[in-house]
Design a protein around this ligand. Structure first.
Ligand SMILES: NC(=O)c1ccc[n+]([C@@H]2O[C@H](COP(=O)([O-])OP(=O)(O)OC[C@H]3O[C@@H](n4cnc5c(N)ncnc54)[C@H](OP(=O)(O)O)[C@@H]3O)[C@@H](O)[C@H]2O)c1
Length: 307
C-alpha cells in the first residue's frame, strides 16, 4: 500500500514512517525539518491553505495518516487561533479531500479530551469535557473529521518514543535528565496509559488493514501515574530512580490544565482486532533496545541543520 504521513517530522510521524516503510511505500509530508530521511518527503506548510488536493493528486496514496498538529498544550493556550486551524480546520479539509478520492484516512486525537474527574477507565461512549484549548480543538477535530469523512478512523492516543529533536516525549524527558544526574518531578496525580510509539504505528496500520472506522482508544493497556512511568524508565535504563521526586501536577509551573485521570479502556480496539494490546513492559523493552542500538542518534541525523 502507499501511505502518506503528514507531520512526518513529529514524534509519531517519523517513527510511524520508519516502522511502516518495511512493508509499505511511505511518503512523508513535512514543512522543512527532514533532510535525509530514508523515505521520500514532500514539503508543505499547512498554513498555506488548499494544499491537500494537489498533494493527494500528485501522490495518489491508498492511506493517509494525519500526524500533524499543534500538540504543545502551552502553545495552544498562547495561540488558540493556530490551534484551531491545525487541530480542527485542516483535519476537516484533509478528511474531506480523502473522502472524495476514496482514500482511507486516520486522524490522531488525544486522551486529554476527558476532564479526568471520574474514577475508572473512560470508554469511547463516555462524554468528553476538554479542559483546555488543545483538548477542545482536538475534540472539535474529531467531530469535523467524522462529519467530513464518516469512514475515517479517529485514534485517541498517548505514546512515548525517540523524537527528531530528542525532547518531545516523556520517556526522553526521564532518560535525558536522569542520565545527566538531574533531579526531576514525577506527577503522582496524573494517570495515563503510555504506549510505545512503534506499537502505536503497528496498530494504526492494522486498523487500516482491517478496514475499521470510527472512534477508538489506541493507548497502552496499563494505566499508571507519570511518576510510576518515570520509575519504570529509570529501572529499565539502570538510572537513579531516587532523582525522581513524587509531586502533584497542581504544584507544577505548567500553565495549561492537566486532567488527573486519563485511564482509557482499550476493550473496543482489542475486540475489533481480535487480540490483546501490546503490554507496557514489551514497549519499554523496545524503547530501551532502540537506545542501545543508537536509534535516537539515527533519528536525529535526519534533521535539517542550519548552514
Ligand atoms: N505525543 C503524545 O503522547 C500525544 C498524546 C496525545 C495525542 N497526540 C496526538 O498525536 C499526534 C502526533 O503527535 P506528536 O507528539 O507526534 O506531535 P509533534 O511531535 O508535535 O508533531 C507534530 C507535527 O505536526 C507538524 N506541523 C505543525 N505545524 C505544521 C504546519 N503548519 N504545517 C505542516 N506541519 C506542521 C510538525 O512539523 P514541525 O516538526 O515542522 O513542527 C510535526 O511534524 C497529534 O495529533 C497529537 O495531538 C500525541
Amino acid at each position: 500500500m502507499k501511505l502518506l504521513i503528514t507531520g512526518a517530522s513529529g514524534l509519531l510521524g517519523i517513527n510511524l514512517a520508519l516502522e511502516t516503510m518495511r512493508a509499505h511505500e511511505v511518503i512523508g509530508v513535512d514543512r522543512g525539518k527532514l533532510q535525509s530521511a530514508p523515505f521520500p518527503v514532500r514539503k508543505a506548510n499547512f498554513f498555506q491553505r488548499h494544499i491537500f488536493d494537489p498533494a493527494l493528486d500528485a501522490t495518489q496514496p491508498d492511506w493517509v495518516i494525519n500526524c500533524a498538529a499543534l500538540a504543545n498544550l502551552e502553545e495552544c493556550e498562547k495561540h488558540p487561533g493556530q490551534a484551531r486551524i491545525l487541530n480542527t480546520e485542516l483535519p476537516r479539509e484533509l478528511a474531506s479531500a480523502c473522502a472524495k478520492r476514496n482514500i482511507k484516512f486516520v486522524h490522531l486525537s488525544t486522551d486529554s479530551v476527558f476532564d479526568g474527574t471520574r474514577a475508572g477507565a473512560y470508554t469511547e461512549e463516555d462524554e468528553p469535557n476538554p479542559p483546555g484549548v488543545y483538548s477542545q480543538t482536538k475534540l472539535d477535530g474529531e467531530h469535523a473529521v467524522l462529519e467530513a469523512n464518516p469512514n475515517a478512523i479517529i485514534a485517541r492516543v498517548n505514546f512515548f518514543g525517540w523524537s527528531l529533536g530528542g525532547r518531545r516525549s516523556l520517556g526522553e524527558f526521564f532518560v535525558n535528565n536522569l542520565s545527566e544526574g538531574k533531579n526531576v518531578n514525577g506527577f503522582t496525580d496524573v494517570i495515563f496509559c503510555p504506549m510505545w510509539v512503534n506499537h502505536l504505528g503497528g496498530l494504526l496500520v492494522e486498523m487500516l488493514e482491517k478496514d475499521l472506522h470510527g472512534l477508538y482508544h489506541v493507548v497502552g493497556a496499563q494505566a499508571m501515574s507519570k511518576y510510576q512511568f518515570g520509575i519504570e524508565v529509570a529501572r529499565k535504563f539502570g538510572l537513579r530512580e531516587s532523582l525522581i521526586a513524587p509531586e502533584s501536577v497542581e504544584r507544577s509551573a505548567l500553565t495549561a490544565r492537566r486532567s488527573h485521570n486519563l485511564w482509557l479502556s482499550v476493550h473496543k480496539l482489542s475486540t475489533a482486532l481480535g487480540h490483546e494490546i501490546p503490554d507496557f513492559s514489551t514497549g519499554l523493552d523496545g524503547f530501551c533496545t532502540q537506545y542501545q542500538q543508537g536509534y535516537p542518534q539515527r533519528i536525529r541525523s535526519y534533521q535539517q541543520t542550519d548552514g
